[in-house]
Design a protein around this ligand. Structure first.
Ligand code: BES
Ligand code: MN
Ligand code: ZN
Length: 488
């Protein structure tokens, strides 16, 4: 898809589909007024006849309206109040799907003229690009009948005061989200740790600034990663520690991302109940998000050093699987009593977090579908953020707001830390029944003392469950890209 910035009005556009916003119960302004004037009052007529009210979520496609040279005019209802970020995104999402249902090959969006509380035209342009790309995302690789090919080729974002680089940047983010979604949507029998390693090598061929290293189980053994290996030992699929190094800033300290990549989480011997277990194919969404972020970074090419690590393993029950009560030694030397083999994410992450010390990182962020408890605490809107550094936490919260990929800060108090006490090892891998997202973060904090660290629990945000929307969300790629660019 080709995006361009344009500044003319709707009469100057040669697109065969024009999209304008219409406010409810307000006099027409801007493009809706121009459209009305050129069509001898058609828009006002539609409003007074109640055929189109301008309500939020309402759309109407007019075919070859007399007075305009375009083939289609799409009206998007904006409601009567100034738009919040969420309502603006809902409006551009509605616009994107309305455009997609037409056979138009070119579209012009006049949706930057709408006021959004506290947001400028750069932000609006980003959201328009992401909405169009998101509407066109398909995952039909495993269907016999493929989705019809999209007709839309070029999109003009009509906007003044938008920086030219916003469009390619937003496109890079969207492309990254798309990779993240596809890796997440692929089932566990396709997307194995080995498959993820191959995807990293594939990514490596796309940029001379990217260098990929894959650590095998034999390497992990040498490094003393007893905790990571205890998770994969019940599986026939070997674990992989995938290291993607983007170097474009001499030998300055890198910012590091570490993603949880459990390509399927059965729970192991602490087996999960059957209902909805298929969703645990998405337990590698943390890893998928670091792939997507790296995809965006190699397109944007910031002057920065960035290392993305995906720690990939499958959590299975078998004759060789870890048993509740087993004690393992982590790469850090600390021992862990595994009271529940379903708390495996922290077991793979802790060794990866020790491993990345060797990069002398400026910051480390791990991203993980770590706990069901996080979904209980925060639902599906924000990811949880934990950090050992107040400033880092604030920066991440801010990036989340900017990218509209929000996170909410959570505590890691000593009282929670005590829940990890074990009679037989340095710590247990689970706390009590309550506050499970917090005790999981507390566990990780014991392996991240040597650098500035934050942990994102994305269990509630990485995918949509059930129904037609079932599938990966592509989050938190927008947040991570924004964070890395603010650091560059
Ligand atoms: N991958 C799950 C967490 C999860 C569950 C994410 C449901 C999204 C939806 C994780 O490995 C897990 O099983 N966590 C346990 C921890 C518990 C055993 C302390 C959980 O959340 O139940
Ligand atoms: Mn689990
Ligand atoms: Zn898991």
């Amino acid at each position: 898809m080709n995006f361009v910035l344009e500044s003319g009005d709707i009469l100057s556009s040669s697109a065969n589909c024009i999209v304008i916003g219409v406010q409810q119960s307000q006099p027409l302004t801007g493009s809706s007024l121009t459209a009305d004037k050129s069509t001898e009052g058609l828009i006002n007529e539609l409003i007074s006849s109640d055929d189109f009210k301008g309500k939020k979520g309402e759309t109407l496609t007019l075919h070859r309206p007399t007075g305009l040279s375009t083939d289609r005019l799409i009206l998007i209802g904006l409601g009567s109040d100034e738009l919040s970020e969420s309502s603006y995104i809902a409006a551009v999402t509605a616009a994107a799907s309305a455009v997609k249902t037409t056979p138009a090959t070119s579209a012009a969006l006049f949706l930057s003229e709408v006021d959004v509380t506290g947001r400028d035209n750069n932000w609006k342009a980003q959201q328009q690009v992401i909405a169009i790309e998101t509407a066109h995302y398909v995952f039909d690789e495993l269907k016999s009948e493929k989705a019809p090919k999209a007709t839309l080729e070029s999109i003009a974002i009509h906007s003044s005061d938008t920086n030219a680089e916003e469009l390619p940047k937003a496109q890079a983010v969207a492309k990254g989200m798309s990779l993240t979604k596809t890796l997440g949507n692929l089932p566990g029998n396709v997307c194995t740790p080995t498959y993820l390693a191959e995807q990293a090598l594939e990514l490596e061929t796309k940029s001379s600034k990217l260098n990929v290293t894959i650590l095998e189980e034999s390497d992990m053994e040498k490094l003393g990663m007893g905790s990571l290996l205890s998770v994969s030992q019940g599986s026939d699929q070997p674990a992989k520690l995938i290291v993607m190094q983007y170097t474009n800033d001499g030998d300055n300290q890198p910012n590091v991302l570490v993603g949880k990549g459990i390509t399927f989480d059965t729970g192991g011997i602490s087996l999960k109940p059957g209902a909805g277990m298929d969703e645990m194919k998405w337990d590698m969404c943390g890893a998928a998000s670091v792939f997507g972020t790296m995809q965006a970074i190699i397109d944007i090419e910031p002057k920065a050093n960035i290392i993305c690590v995906a720690v990939a393993a499958e959590n299975m029950p078998s004759g060789n699987a870890t048993k509740p009560g087993d004690i393992v030694t982590t790469m850090s030397g600390q021992t862990v009593e595994i009271l529940n083999t379903d708390a495996e994410g922290r077991l793979v992450l802790c060794d990866a977090l020790t491993y990345v010390e060797k990069f002398n990182p400026k910051s480390v962020i791990d991203i993980a579908t770590l706990t069901g408890a996080c979904v209980v605490a925060l639902g599906h809107h924000p990811s949880a953020v934990y950090s050992n550094d107040e400033e880092l936490s604030k920066t991440i919260v801010e990036s989340g707001l900017k990218a509209w990929d929000r996170v909410w800060p959570m505590p890691m108090w000593d009282e929670y830390q005590e829940e990890l006490d074990s009679n037989f090892a340095d710590m247990a891998n689970i706390g009590s029944r309550w506050g499970g997202s917090i005790t999981a973060a507390c566990f990780l904090s014991r392996f991240t003392k040597k650098y500035k660290w934050a942990h994102l629990d994305i269990a509630g945000t990485a995918w949509h469950s059930g129904g037609k929307k079932k599938g990966s969300s592509g989050r938190p790629v927008p947040l991570l890209v924004d964070y890395l660019l603010t650091q560059a």
